[in-house]
Design a protein around this ligand. Structure first.
Ligand SMILES: O=P(O)(O)OC[C@H]1O[C@H](OP(=O)(O)OP(=O)(O)O)[C@H](O)[C@@H]1O
Ligand SMILES: NC(=O)CC[C@H](N)C(=O)O
Ligand SMILES: [Mg+2]
Length: 598
């Protein structure tokens, strides 16, 4: 495996005082950065009394959040939001639609921007995809009833490439050389190179792509490679292309994996072949196989996380192996082909810290046990600090298992001091800073009953931009805490993730170029303890000794797939600047914005 180090110097980070910048509303459409934490209440357009008296108090917009129209699904999130979730179901008979719907609900935490589904009886394919949550994309039984067929695939999206437009909601489709629908979790790092190949002499067809999505490029690479396998078959007198479709797809898996760079866990429906699932040679994003018995034979489910299996009656079999392609033929036979020599596996460590549900088992590691292990390691380090702690308080929801373990190992009371509004979703991936800050205030409320007069240890799973922690420290102090200590279950996030988690630019990270002491100061805490890299890796390796490396680039800047083109990193940086320049529009309920309706 080759490891590359990004340029540590560029792009330049912000000065400490800029990192503490929040936004003050000075007129309806104009915001200026100011130093200090945000204060104020969202209730009825009036300030919280405490806000005006606090030393850092700053007037903020008291109007409802005004997110960019395109990102509404992300703003309103009533559930967790993170990246993309995929699921495929093969049944011998009956309808797949209701089970796909249930499965997508279980994966909703991975993506909230759009959802899509295709079902088939292997003759006719029925499709629907639109912006919104799963329950908004299929608000009625009648819309679901149009998705007929016993097998199908479903996707929930959080974009990492292209735009959040409904046109880029998945599945994507090509009809040549075989009808293929594809869903993808991950992110390609050589999309532009592949696009050039597909538009140039490398491709038979000069394939035309309609969107900026890397997933559409991935699908076209696969289709192009199937076409090549078809051409090879035509020159072989013993090969009949009509009986050779399965082999062509497996061959295409092998050749496509040589071209694709980055992270990809994919599921496809291929006409004349069956349900196809494959995973990149490093196994960066998860993909799990499940099965169940039926009177007609074994039925299969493939999904991003096995938490999707329980409600629809599948049992976990195993992870799809890095570099493996699985085909469940139209008649229900399971075929496996190792398409790429697997690299040393490098599953994304952020799945265990933040992305996946704790009830999932990924790469034979229970996410919950991983988080308990992070708590064990932090507790060991906390013993060495001279902090006088009265109680341990998690930042809900992600940090609970870690905080519970710290409390139990150190024998300190565990208290739920931050009450979460369940109707506000995940904040760190929201598209602009003002929205994230207001969202934290809407989402969490500090209880004086827990904090008043106490020295508290606040535990969070990660500190990314510092938006959450900075505001929590502030609200906890206003709730009467004497000393506020912080523990992060993961090390400082310092580098962009290019494999499907939206951590796009260095300059946004609070830890970008600050020492831990400077970060503590920016966050306004009395003490700050980060998990160490070696402790975190130890936790993972103890739970699955066959994994010697995790994909941990956001902490180390080492990209497991090799050198990442600086121009690609620069393009990520530029895309974030564009996002931030967009003027917010009014907050409205989404309309669904369907792209294609069955
Ligand atoms: O430093 P920041 O940029 O604020 O990001 C870090 C925070 O974001 C995530 O929470 P989030 O609110 O997204 O989801 P959760 O409710 O599942 O913890 C994470 O759990 C941290 O709390
Ligand atoms: N988060 C993801 O896995 C995103 C998949 C794909 N890169 C997209 O942007 O649609
Ligand atoms: Mg959180």
């Amino acid at each position: 495996m080759s490891w590359s180090q990004t340029q540590r110097g560029a792009p330049p980070g912000l000065a400490p005082q800029d990192k503490a910048a929040s936004y003050s509303r000075i007129s309806a459409n104009r915001f200026v950065p100011v130093c200090g934490s945000l204060q104020g209440s969202l209730r009825g357009g009036s300030l919280h009394p405490a806000a005006t008296s606090h030393r850092h108090s700053t007037l903020i917009s008291l109007l409802p959040l005004q997110p960019p129209r395109k990102c509404l699904a992300r703003q309103r999130g009533s559930l967790c939001i993170r990246m993309c979730g995929i699921i495929g179901i093969y049944r011998h008979q009956g309808s797949a639609n209701a089970e796909l719907y249930e499965g997508l609900l279980m994966l909703q935490h991975r993506g909230q921007d759009s959802a899509g589904m295709v079902t088939t009886d292997w003759n006719r394919f029925c499709e629907h995809r639109a912006n919104g949550l799963v329950r908004e994309v299929w608000p009625s039984q009648s819309r679901m009833d149009k998705l007929t067929g016993s097998s199908g695939i479903g996707h929930v999206r959080y974009p990492t490439a292209g735009t959040p437009s409904a046109q880029e909601a998945q599945p994507f489709f090509v009809n040549s050389p075989l009808g293929i629908y594809l869903i993808h979790n991950g992110n390609l790092t050589n999309t532009e190179h592949l696009r050039t190949l597909l538009n140039g002499s490398h491709s038979f067809f000069n394939r035309h792509m309609r969107t900026g999505s890397d997933s559409e490029v991935l699908l076209n690479v696969l289709a192009d490679e199937i076409h090549r396998a078809h051409q090879r078959c035509l020159t072989n007198p013993t090969c009949d292309p009509r009986n050779h479709k399965l082999e062509m797809v497996l061959e295409a898996g092998t050749t496509a994996m040589k071209l694709l760079q980055g992270a990809y866990s994919c599921i496809c429906l291929v006409k004349g072949v069956g349900l196809v699932a494959f995973r990149d040679p490093f196994g960066i994003r998860p993909l799990v196989l499940g099965k169940r018995s039926s009177p007609s034979g074994t039925e299969y489910c493939v999904a991003s996380e096995d938490c999707a299996f329980g409600p629809i009656g599948f049992q976990r079999v195993r992870d799809v192996r890095p570099g493996e392609m699985l085909v469940i033929s139209e008649s229900g036979e399971l075929i496996s082909r190792q398409c790429a020599v697997p690299e040393p596996p490098a599953p994304c460590i952020f799945e265990y810290i933040y992305l996946a549900r704790p009830d999932s088992v990924l790469n034979d590691i229970s996410v919950y046990n991983f988080q308990l292990g992070l708590g064990d390691r932090l507790a060991d380090r906390l013993r060495q600090m001279d902090w006088d702690i009265d109680c341990v308080v998690p930042v809900p929801d992600g940090a609970r298992p870690t905080a519970i373990q710290i409390s139990s190992v150190l024998g300190l009371p565990y208290r739920e001091g931050l009450v979460k509004n369940r109707y506000v979703g995940r904040t760190f991936i929201m598209p602009d800073q003002r929205t994230r800050e207001l969202s934290v205030k809407r989402k969490l409320n500090a209880m004086p009953a827990v904090f008043s007069g106490r020295n508290v240890l606040l535990v969070d799973d990660s500190i990314v931009r510092g938006t959450t922690m900075r505001q929590i420290v502030d609200m906890v102090r206003r709730a009467g805490a004497k000393k506020v200590y912080l523990a992060s279950a993961s090390p400082p996030v310092r580098f962009p993730n290019v494999y499907g988690v939206d951590l796009p630019t260095r300059r946004e990270f609070v830890a970008c170029d600050l020492s831990e002491e400077q970060i503590r100061e920016v966050l306004g805490a009395d003490g700050l303890l980060y998990q160490s890299m070696s402790d975190m890796e130890t936790v993972g390796r103890a739970l699955n000794p066959s994994i010697s490396h995790f994909e941990d680039s956001c902490f180390t800047g080492r990209y497991c797939t090799g050198h990442v083109d600086p121009s690609y990193l620069a393009s990520l940086e530029a895309s974030v600047r564009v996002k931030e320049r967009r003027q917010p529009g009014p907050l409205r309920e989404p309309t669904g914005n369907a792209a294609i309706t069955a």
